[in-house]
Design a protein around this ligand. Structure first.
Ligand code: SF4
Length: 314
């Protein structure tokens, strides 16, 4: 059964252009994934952030697990994830994530989190524990960790990189000039520095970032962001249309056309970012495996994780 999603309106009833209509897939796989996540009491950013692709991804039996609870300590103005006083850490969550990933037979597992500024290491040890559990249960799978900025704590980042993820992802989300309005509590330079440090500590890791457009940024500001990411050796970039998840979040300033997304892809690649996914419904972990396997930088093969000890500096 397919039907057009909400007849062209985003979650806050903003009329959307035709290219944001997309068929909503419903079927056994979708229900099975949703039941599995409920049974294992797991959060996904897919549902928390009301991702427009979740039906498609669940139907393709993929999901992006969100660890460290469902409540964030930050207050980004574009984000639909609940904010407030977070729950205590659940020590069994890493094992449950690995069980879900194994049940879904995932070949590429993406794990993200809310930001936990209340934790001494920002949740880095919980990320590490989750990666360890995934390696045990799914030794052949590749792992992508979409991390918060750990308030710039290099030790926390190293703790995560010790687990040798194939992809270390950290979103810039928007251009520097919009940080105070869109992403208060975050720091553009600090986020760039995290991506740069990741490459320094572990030259074999592929780094990735993501931005939303349609929040009032200019093309020149985006070009500078592309140059900044290329300068820190970022291997992959996702560019997608911002959609308003609810009345508390920022209004959409503009819907960019598919042609503009194609231009942005070209400009980002010309700036030196090897692999770019750019389209209205692209999200940070949307079709993450495909982007990782894109013609971009040849990263670490799963098989030689052990033999590659020499390259790592952490
Ligand atoms: S850090 Fe910002 S984007 Fe991430 S979950 Fe928290 S509020 Fe949302």
């Amino acid at each position: 059964m397919t039907r057009l999603a909400e007849a062209g309106r985003d979650h806050y009833r903003t009329r959307m252009p035709r290219w944001l209509y997309h068929p909503v897939l419903a079927g056994s796989d979708l229900r099975e994934v949703e039941t599995l996540l409920e049974d294992l009491r797991l959060n996904t950013v897919c549902r928390s952030a009301k991702c427009p692709n979740r039906m498609e991804c669940f139907s393709r039996r993929t999901a992006t697990f969100m660890i460290l609870g469902g409540i964030c300590t930050r207050n980004c103005a574009f984000c639909g994830v609940p904010k407030g006083v977070p729950q205590p850490l659940d020590p069994e969550e890493p094992e449950r994530v690995a069980r879900a990933a194994a049940a879904l037979k995932l070949s590429h597992v993406v794990v993200t989190s809310v930001t936990r500024d209340d934790l001494p290491d920002g949740g880095a040890s919980h990320f590490a524990a989750t990666a360890q559990q995934l390696r045990e249960r799914l030794p052949g799978a590749t792992i992508e960790l979409l991390v918060p900025d750990f308030r710039g704590d290099a030790e926390a980042l190293m703790l995560v990189l010790e687990e040798r993820p194939e992809v270390l992802n950290h979103n810039l989300e928007t251009v520097k000039e919009l940080y105070s309005r869109v992403r208060p509590g975050a720091d553009y330079r600090r986020s760039l520095r995290l991506l740069e440090l990741a490459r320094t500590y572990d030259p074999g890791v592929r780094t990735k970032s993501g931005v939303m457009v349609g929040l009032g940024e200019t093309r020149e500001q985006l070009r500078r962001l592309f140059r900044d990411l290329a300068a820190v050796g970022c291997d992959m970039l996702t560019i997608g249309q911002y959609l308003r998840p609810g009345r508390e979040q920022l209004e959409v300033e503009r819907f960019l056309s598919p042609e503009e997304f194609a231009e942005l892809k070209e400009e980002a690649e010309e700036a030196g970012i090897p692999a770019v996914a750019s389209a209205p419904l692209v999200r940070s972990s949307y079709r993450a495996r495909e982007l990782m396997e894109n013609k971009g930088k040849e990263g670490r093969k799963v098989v030689d994780r052990e033999s590659d000890q020499g390259g790592r500096k952490c």
